[in-house]
Write a new protein. Structure first.
Lengths: 115, 222, 310
């Protein structure tokens, strides 16, 4: 569709967001990601039935854990859309980018770069 | 199985204190089944702790290992070569594993990363309930297969007490009255006559009260 | 019927007269006047006074000490003993302590769970349950033996009681439970306070059909309601309590300042109805923190004066 969305999004494709584990989200932040978007199908439309519900729960777990170590739970977010909704993806990407810019870079990156 | 629950991360951070090289050791058995100390939980905890320490300007090495069990010598031996490169072990095994680890590697402090809760079963994913208190003298044959020692808040052996209400214990609407369950089971088994048999006064010397317990099987010893 | 102990309560029950007992809760401190004052209020209107044992798991002066006070006043105490707080050594030990003061009545109970009280993080003991405690007292009295088998010098001579609750669930075992307590050796029982008279009389009938009412003295427990609020609280928040809607309604329909008097009236009516039931051998009037009303209830119910026995 050649829609524009911010260039700072790195896409990792999975067959279903149900494949995304809590550990993947945590490692992404550990390696310096400023934010993690888990983008899955509309609820009720998951091709594998429950995958996107599981993903939502894991994103919630990640938010709690990230808050408890002062990284910022809001850096991990779940989004739902259908594969035909290109413009909505672009909108989510812009929203997420704006939120992360507002929150600032991943705090551990700052310390690591400084060290 | 032994059911354990994760310790709050704040508590773990406090217990790690000033250590700089920590090995987080998980266990592939009970704590994996109750999702509190298996390989995945080790990975997630390690990741969170690394980010925490980096964020606080501290250079702490956090490594991960998951052993088959931490209650058998053979499996604990597997880390003998590497244990000296750490100044602390955080074990996510049950209290047994933590202690066995500590006994084996006496030069390295070993801290618990989970709270060991009880002997229980998985009712459904995410819900575990107590079933046994290891009293050492099992009476399940006379109580229709339901244990009043572990499932009755007052461990009455001639129950129910006067607080049983609508099948629930007086302590909480979420807790079944064990004696209601026993009565229902005895009815289903056609054994309500057994209900009126007075239960023997229990010998608690095989329980915790008798002191730390030991089982020896001479026929198995080498 | 012969008596087995020096208990005044046993004598009155054995003579076929209706007995009246009541209850005093010890203070949350060490002031003995708190006991004696309450006992003075009721002493001429009851045959024996129960002293509760850390009721609802709230820590109070121990029942044994308060019973000694009662005894020293020349009155008849009933030592309530829960199995929650003491192991078999302490239970037998306290029984001997009570017997050394010739306290002649004991009520064997499990006790409310400690989570109800002010020490919810404490251990509970339950080395024995209430039925096993009944067996223990009988063994100490009749066989002169400790549970461990050794001989007791000057064994206790106590009249053994227990509580019954026909209103707790499951109902179907509440009569078998009475049978069990009788088999364990109980000699008198006091019921949980009654508001559902129909259910209570149903339970009595079933007990009678099994011949149990011949083997144990049943005292009907009653607590006068102070207000509609109290009725609602007891209906909804107290485990094992059955308060029918019409009881609540009757109080709710009464103007607030007259509700206490209505509650007393309802209590008296219950006594009068149960007096007609041959299975009932007496009444246990529990008016905790309202002890001054006991005399009024006993007199209006036609149970005054109390019989004299030697």
């Amino acid at each position: 569709m050649r829609l524009a969305y911010p260039p700072n999004i790195r896409i990792v494709r999975v067959p279903c967001t149900g494949k995304v584990d809590l550990l993947h989200i945590m490692r992404a932040f550990e390696k310096g990601a400023d934010g993690v978007m888990v983008v899955g199908c509309l609820e009720g439309d998951c091709h594998y039935s429950q995958g996107n519900f599981r993903a939502r729960k894991r994103v919630a777990q990640a938010q709690q854990l990230l808050d408890s170590v002062s990284i910022g739970g809001q850096r991990a977010q779940m989004f739902n859309l259908s594969s035909g909704e290109g413009p909505l993806f672009a909108q989510f990407a812009k929203e997420m980018t704006a939120k992360i810019i507002d929150m600032g870079p991943n705090p551990i990156k700052v310390d690591r770069d400084a060290a | 199985m032994i059911v354990a629950d994760k310790k709050p991360i704040e508590e773990i951070i406090e217990v790690i204190g000033n250590h700089e090289r920590v090995l987080i050791a998980g266990c592939n058995e009970c704590v994996t089944v109750c999702e509190s100390g298996g390989k995945k939980e080790v990975g997630v905890l390690a990741s969170a702790l690394r980010m925490y320490f980096l964020n606080n300007g501290r250079d702490v090495k956090i490594d991960e290992v998951t052993l088959e069990r931490q209650c058998d010598h053979e499996y604990l031996e597997e880390i003998r070569e590497r244990v000296d490169s750490y100044d602390a072990i955080l074990s996510l095994a049950c209290g047994v594993g933590v202690q066995f680890m500590a006994e084996k590697y006496t030069a390295t402090p070993c801290y618990p990363g989970v709270n060991t809760c009880f002997l229980g079963a998985t009712e459904e994913r995410g819900v575990w309930t107590e079933r046994c208190q290891a009293c050492g003298s099992c009476i399940l044959a006379v109580t229709g297969g339901i244990c009043p020692v572990s499932r009755c808040a007052k461990r009455v052996l001639n129950g129910p007490c006067g607080g049983s209400t609508a099948g629930r214990c007086e302590i909480s609407k979420e807790t079944d009255c064990a004696w209601q369950l026993i009565v229902d089971r005895l009815k289903a088994l056609g054994r309500m006559d057994d209900y009126e048999t007075l239960a023997d006064i229990k010998d608690w010397s095989t329980d915790r009260a008798g002191g730390p317990r030991k089982v020896v099987r001479e026929d198995l010893r080498e | 019927m012969n008596v087995k102990t020096p208990s005044k309560l046993e004598k009155i029950l054995a003579s076929g007269q209706l007995a009246v007992t009541s209850e005093v809760g010890p203070p949350r401190g060490s002031d003995p006047d708190a006991i004696t004052r309450k006992a003075e209020l009721i002493k001429d209107h009851v045959d024996a006074i129960n002293i509760t044992d850390n009721q609802t798991s709230v820590c109070r002066m121990c029942s044994l000490a308060a019973c000694i006070r009662i005894k020293q006043m020349g009155l008849e105490p009933v030592l309530q003993m829960v199995t929650r707080d003491r192991n078999r050594i302490a239970l037998q030990s306290d029984i001997l302590g009570a017997a050394s003061f010739d306290i002649a009545n004991i009520l064997c109970l499990s006790g409310d769970h400690q989570s109800f009280g002010d020490h919810a993080s404490g251990q509970n003991v339950h080395d024995l349950d209430s039925m096993q405690l009944i067996q223990t007292v009988r063994r100490m009295r009749d066989d002169g033996q400790f549970l461990g088998g050794d001989e007791i010098r000057r064994p206790p001579s106590m009249f053994v009681g227990a509580a019954v609750n026909p209103f707790a669930d499951p109902y179907e075992i509440r009569v078998p439970r009475l049978a069990k307590k009788i088999a364990a050796g109980v000699e008198f029982v006091q019921s949980q306070c009654i508001y559902n008279l129909d259910k209570f009389e149903q339970w009595l009938k079933e007990a009678e059909d099994r011949g149990l009412t011949e083997k144990v003295h049943i005292l009907a427990g009653l607590t006068p309601m102070k207000s509609a609020g109290m009725a609602r609280y007891m209906k909804n928040r107290v485990p094992g309590m059955d308060v029918p809607d019409d009881v609540v309604k009757r109080l709710a329909d009464t103007p607030k300042e007259k509700q206490a008097a209505e509650g007393i009236k309802m209590c008296i009516e219950s006594i009068q109805r149960l007096k007609e039931n041959t299975a009932i051998r007496g009444f246990h009037i529990m008016a905790i923190e309202w002890e001054e009303k006991v005399s009024e209830i006993v007199e209006a119910a036609g149970l005054y004066p109390r019989p004299q026995v030697d």
